[in-house]
Design a protein around this ligand. Structure first.
Ligand code: AMP
Ligand code: MN
Ligand code: MN
Ligand code: MN
Length: 293
C-alpha cells in the first residue's frame, strides 16, 4: 500500500473555480495546471454547483493528483454575503444537490435585474453580454458581468468593475437572498464533509458580527476557516491564524484562482504555508481523499 504523507507544509490548494462557475478554465485544464504548479492536494470549489466534481475527480486521477470534493456556497448572514467552502463531502448526496439547485435558482432573474439597472446607467445589453461569458447559464454571476464591462471598454480590469459597479450603492447591484448559514453547513456536514469559512478577511464585519458568524458556524457543525488564501493580505493571515487557534478551528489554504488573466495568485502558487501551530483541514479529511492509483 502506498504511504501518503500529508503535513502542515503540504502544497494544498482547496479553493478554485472552473467554467462550471465563474472561472475561465475547464476542470480538466485546471487539474493539469494544478499538477504542473506543484499542487499536492486539490479541490475544485465552484460556486453553488457540484456539476464539475466528477470531471475534476477523473482529471485529478489522470494527473496523479490527490483530490477532495469541493464547493463554495453563497450564504446571507447579517445582511452580507458570506462564502462557505465544503470539502470532502459526497457530491451525489441528494440533499446537498437539491440545496445547491435552490441556491442557484434566483440567479437568472437577478442577472436580468442587474442588466436593467446597468441600462439605467447607460450600459446596454449587459445580460446577453454576460451570458456569453457564462460556461454554465445557471451560474451567471457578477464575474461574468465584470468580464462584459471590461470587454466593452467600460472598465480596464475586473477589480475596477467591482469598485465602480455591481457592489452596494453602485449601478448593477441587486441585493439577493442566498442560503442560510445553518442550511449550507448542514448540507456539507450531512454529506460527510467539512465546512470552512472562506476568506474571512473579505467581509468587512465588525468584531461583534464576526464573533456571531464564527460562533453560529461552529454551533451548526462548521469546523474550519481559511487562513492562507489568495484574497488575504499577510496581515489577514496573521489575524486568522490567531482566530483559528482561539476558536479551535481547523485551518484551510487555497488560492481562489479564477483565471490566468484575472487572478492575483495562480493555482498552487500561494507563497505562504499554514503556521505549524495550526491543524490543517486535510488532517481531518484523510479518509475522504481520492488518491490516484
Ligand atoms: P456573485 O456570486 O454573482 O455575487 O459573484 C461573486 C463573485 O464576484 C465572487 O466569487 C468573485 O469571483 C467576484 N468578485 C466579487 N468581488 C470582487 C472584487 N472586488 N474583485 C474581483 N472579483 C470580485
Ligand atoms: Mn468567484
Ligand atoms: Mn468567495
Ligand atoms: Mn472563491
Amino acid at each position: 500500500m502506498a504511504v501518503h504523507a500529508l503535513h502542515a507544509q503540504t502544497n494544498a490548494d482547496l479553493h478554485c473555480h472552473s467554467t462550471v462557475s465563474d472561472g475561465t478554465l475547464s476542470p480538466e485544464a485546471l487539474a493539469a495546471r494544478a499538477k504542473a504548479n506543484g499542487v499536492e492536494l486539490w479541490a475544485l470549489t465552484d460556486h453553488d454547483e457540484v456539476g464539475g466534481q466528477q470531471r475534476a475527480m477523473a482529471a485529478a486521477r489522470a494527473a496523479g493528483l490527490p483530490y477532495l470534493t469541493g464547493v463554495e456556497i453563497s450564504v446571507t448572514f447579517a445582511g452580507k454575503v458570506v462564502h462557505i467552502v465544503g470539502l470532502g463531502f459526497d457530491h451525489e448526496d441528494p440533499r446537498i444537490v437539491a440545496g445547491l439547485r435552490a441556491t442557484r435558482g434566483g440567479r437568472g432573474a437577478r442577472a436580468k435585474e442587474m442588466s436593467d439597472d446597468l441600462a439605467r446607467a447607460g450600459i446596454h445589453g449587459a445580460y446577453e453580454g454576460a451570458l456569453k461569458f457564462a460556461g454554465n447559464p445557471e451560474l451567471i454571476s457578477r464575474t461574468h458581468f465584470a468580464r462584459f464591462l471590461v470587454e466593452t471598454g467600460q472598465c480596464s480590469d475586473v477589480p475596477e468593475v467591482f469598485r465602480r459597479y455591481l457592489t452596494e450603492g453602485k449601478p448593477g447591484f441587486v441585493p439577493h437572498r442566498w442560503a442560510a448559514l445553518r442550511d449550507a453547513v448542514g448540507w456539507i456536514v450531512d454529506a460527510g464533509g467539512l465546512a470552512v469559512i472562506a476568506h474571512p478577511g473579505r467581509y468587512g464585519f465588525t468584531p461583534t458580527e464576526e464573533y456571531a458568524l464564527i460562533t453560529e458556524f461552529i454551533a451548526h457543525g462548521g469546523r474550519g476557516i481559511e487562513v492562507v488564501t489568495g484574497s488575504h493580505t499577510s496581515g489577514d493571515m496573521v489575524q486568522y491564524t490567531d482566530t483559528a487557534l482561539e476558536f479551535d478551528l481547523l485551518a484551510s489554504r487555497g488560492s481562489d484562482f479564477h483565471s490566468p488573466e484575472e487572478s492575483r495568485v495562480d493555482v498552487g502558487k500561494l507563497d505562504q504555508h499554514l503556521s505549524g501551530r495550526l491543524k490543517p483541514v486535510w488532517g481531518a479529511l484523510e479518509h475522504r481523499i481520492h488518491w490516484p492509483a
